[in-house]
Every structure is written in structure tokens, then in C-alpha cells.
Write a protein that binds this ligand. Structure first.
Ligand code: B12
Ligand code: SF4
Ligand code: SF4
Length: 307
């Protein structure tokens, strides 16, 4: 086998549609394990019980013999839209196709290529929010960006409007980057100041139980009234701590492709449209909104008039 070149990996990844790629040893740094355990101890994971799974700290539990993690980044920034009285705003990552599906297809093609290229089978497993693993910690270690105080990965060129996926592999490959896990926000506190619910309890720490994104995407319970009354108009997800981040002003939004509103449910939802989804739930398939389902979306919007 010819030596597998990093340039080849990068070329294949970019051709499959990702916007950047980083390579790092398949090990979670100790400081991230400590921060994660502290986050759990404070019960900031609310009712996300899957977050208690300690495998998050050991990639070798997911792929025995894993030596390397290859992290892929997708840029999805959409134009910033205003809130409306008669319709709920959808967070920008969720207006088009579900990134889990987009990434799953790319990961399958990438792993097929890697197996063919090396002549070895069963050497990799893919993930995009689908395996218990600290994705941002690996991406930071791979040099793809650094942690913002809003807890998101900030990419030097693409900012925070990015989505992650990756593979673990038993191949030993050289790292592409130097870990950027250093405080880099300086004195900026725009995300903490702008969060309507105070969910960013301190820099780099998010209390999911207070976060609109948690309540509008993940929670299976009623939205507590004190959270609901602070929602400025989202029906699914929340972008406020990204909209205010100075690292997001440099790059233009993308206007087509898998994450554009034309590829999915769109930018806004009225109650009437949600009722139509209740009649035909299959219309939500392939959209991130399917996670919450039409009934959950209706609950979020109830109280708003439909015109
Ligand atoms: C659980 C989860 C949520 C929860 C909790 C979020 C959270 N911050 O933990 C909820 C439902 C609220 C959520 C919301 C969103 N999510 Co989410 N979520 C996840 C998930 C599944 C796990 C995250 C996790 O590991 N949390 C555990 C805690 C401990 O990690 P952490 O908060 O990041 O803490 C780290 C740092 O803050 C750092 N740290 C702590 N202290 C300090 C101090 C210093 C000085 C430094 C430098 C660092 C540092 O160490 C910690 C451990 O690494 C990941 C996918 C995955 N498997 O990784 C997606 C993921 C993080 N989400 C993602 C997205 C897009 C979102 C939303 C933007 C969606 C939306 N528009 O509504 C919001 C953003 C809210 C926000 N500000 O984070 C993307 C983020 C991509 C990126 N560029 O970072 C991910 C990676 C999914 C993906 N595959 O792309 N999410
Ligand atoms: S997603 Fe919204 S509610 Fe959650 S931390 Fe960011 S600004 Fe606050
Ligand atoms: S808004 Fe400011 S403090 Fe928050 S992540 Fe961006 S640069 Fe960091």
C-alpha cells in the first residue's frame, strides 16, 4: 500500500462536501473529561440522560483499537432573519436537510474510500451526533477551532455556524493541527449578555435546563412558563448566542445546498403549517424538526395567532 497522504484525505473530504478536516489521536484530553464531569455533577445536562454515558471519554469503547480521529466540519450559515408575530422562526441549522442524514451518507462514502485505498476492512466507524463522544473536544484537539464562551467550536474562517462529524480509525495517522484549547474570547461577553434565559451560566458552561435550544429541540416535557415567556419567537432551536458572536460576521451566508431552506422545511412555521404536518407527519421526515414532531412544534407555537 502506498503511504496514505493527509492531502488525499483532505481532498476526498472536500470533494464529498465538507468544508474542513482535521486529524488527531483518538483520545479525549483530560481537561475536557474534567469539564464534562463537572458539567454532569452540576446537572447541567437536565434530562439528557444519554449524556451520562461515560463512553464519551473513551473513543476505544466505540472502536476497539482506535488510534486516530478524523473530524469533518460543514459550514451552514444562513441569512439572519427577523422574528415574526404570526410564525415561529426555525434555527438556521434546521431549515434545510437534517445534517445527521447528510453526514451519514458522506461518512459512508468516505469510509468506503478509506477501506479501498488501504485494502483493509472494518478499520473505521463514523459519527455525527450518533455515538457517545465529545465531538467538539476532538475537533479542538484536531486544530479545527477553539471553544467560545458560548461553548461552541469557533472555526478560524467559518466561525460557529458549523456542524461536526467524524470517524474513528485503527489507522495511525499524523495530526494535522495543534490543539487550540486556550481561552480566546478575551473580554468579549456578547453571547452571555444576549442569551435571553441566562443559560450560559458562566463562560464555557451551558445549563441545558435553561437553554431554549434544549426545550425547543430535545425536551420531551412541557416548556416551563418562565422559559417560554423569554422565547423571542423561535419554534425550533435558537441562534442568539451565535448571531451576536463577532466571529460570525466575516463569512457570507450560503444560499444553496443541503442546509438552505429550499432543501427542507424553510425558515418560518405558522400554526396552520404545523397542523398540516400533524395530518401528514411524513412531510417532516428528513428534517431536524422530525425530532420534536408536529405535536411538540404545536405546543411551542400555541398562543400565537395564525394569519
Ligand atoms: C448535548 C448537546 C446539546 C445540548 C447541550 C449543549 C452543550 N453546550 O453541551 C443542547 C440541546 C442545549 C444543545 C444546543 C445546541 N447545539 Co448541540 N450538541 C450536544 C451534543 C450532543 C453534546 C455536547 C456536549 O458534549 N456537551 C457536554 C459539555 C460538557 O460540553 P461543552 O458544553 O461543550 O463543554 C466543553 C467546553 O465548554 C470546554 N470548556 C469548559 N470549560 C472551559 C474553560 C475554558 C477556558 C475553555 C477554553 C474550554 C472550556 O470543555 C467542555 C468539554 O469539552 C453535541 C454533539 C456531540 N456528540 O458532541 C451537539 C453539538 C455541540 N450541538 C451543536 C449545535 C449546532 C447546537 C445548537 C447551535 C443548535 C441550535 N441552533 O439550536 C445549540 C447551541 C447551544 C450552545 N450554545 O451550545 C453542534 C455544535 C457545532 C459547533 N460548531 O460547535 C454539535 C457539535 C452537533 C454536531 N455534530 O455538529 N446541544
Ligand atoms: S441557544 Fe439560545 S438559549 Fe441556549 S445558550 Fe444560546 S442564546 Fe441562550
Ligand atoms: S460572542 Fe464573544 S464571548 Fe461569545 S463566543 Fe463569540 S467571541 Fe466568545
Amino acid at each position: 500500500m502506498k503511504t496514505l497522504l493527509i492531502d488525499e484525505i483532505q481532498e476526498v473530504a472536500l470533494n464529498l462536501g465538507w468544508d474542513d478536516v482535521g486529524i488527531t489521536p483518538a483520545e479525549i484530553p483530560q481537561e475536557d473529561i474534567a469539564a464534562y464531569q463537572d458539567w454532569l455533577a452540576k446537572e447541567y445536562h437536565a434530562e439528557l440522560t444519554y449524556m451520562e454515558n461515560q463512553i464519551r471519554c473513551d473513543p476505544k469503547e466505540i472502536l476497539p483499537g482506535a488510534k486516530t480521529a478524523i473530524l469533518f466540519l460543514s459550514y451552514y450559515k444562513q441569512p439572519k432573519m427577523e422574528f415574526r408575530d404570526n410564525a415561529g422562526l426555525i434555527a438556521s441549522y434546521a431549515r434545510g436537510r437534517d445534517y445527521h442524514n447528510v453526514h451519514r451518507k458522506r461518512l459512508k462514502k468516505f469510509i468506503n474510500w478509506l477501506e479501498e485505498r488501504t485494502g483493509q476492512k472494518g478499520i473505521a466507524r463514523g459519527f455525527s451526533d450518533s455515538k457517545p463522544i465529545l465531538e467538539k473536544a476532538l475537533a479542538v484537539q484536531a486544530g479545527l477551532g477553539w471553544f467560545g464562551k458560548n461553548t461552541l467550536l469557533i472555526h478560524r474562517k467559518f466561525g460557529t455556524f458549523t456542524l461536526l462529524s467524524g470517524i474513528l480509525t485503527t489507522l495511525e495517522l499524523p495530526s494535522t493541527g495543534v490543539s487550540l484549547r486556550l481561552p480566546k474570547c478575551g473580554s468579549c461577553t456578547r453571547c452571555l449578555d444576549a442569551c435571553p434565559t441566562g443559560a450560559l451560566s458562566s463562560p464555557y458552561q451551558l445549563d441545558a435546563g435553561l437553554c431554549l435550544s434544549y426545550h425547543l429541540i430535545e425536551s420531551k416535557k412541557e416548556i416551563p412558563s418562565e422559559i417560554k415567556e423569554k422565547n423571542p419567537g423561535y419554534v425550533f432551536g435558537c441562534d442568539i448566542c451565535q448571531d451576536v458572536c463577532p466571529h460570525n460576521v466575516r463569512k457570507e451566508p450560503i444560499h444553496d445546498g443541503a442546509f438552505s431552506p429550499e432543501s427542507g422545511v424553510g425558515t418560518y412555521l405558522t400554526l396552520g403549517e404545523i397542523e398540516a404536518f400533524e395530518e401528514e407527519p411524513e412531510r417532516l421526515y428528513g428534517s431536524p424538526l422530525n425530532r420534536r414532531g408536529a405535536r411538540g412544534l404545536r405546543y411551542t407555537l400555541s398562543g400565537k395567532s395564525d394569519t
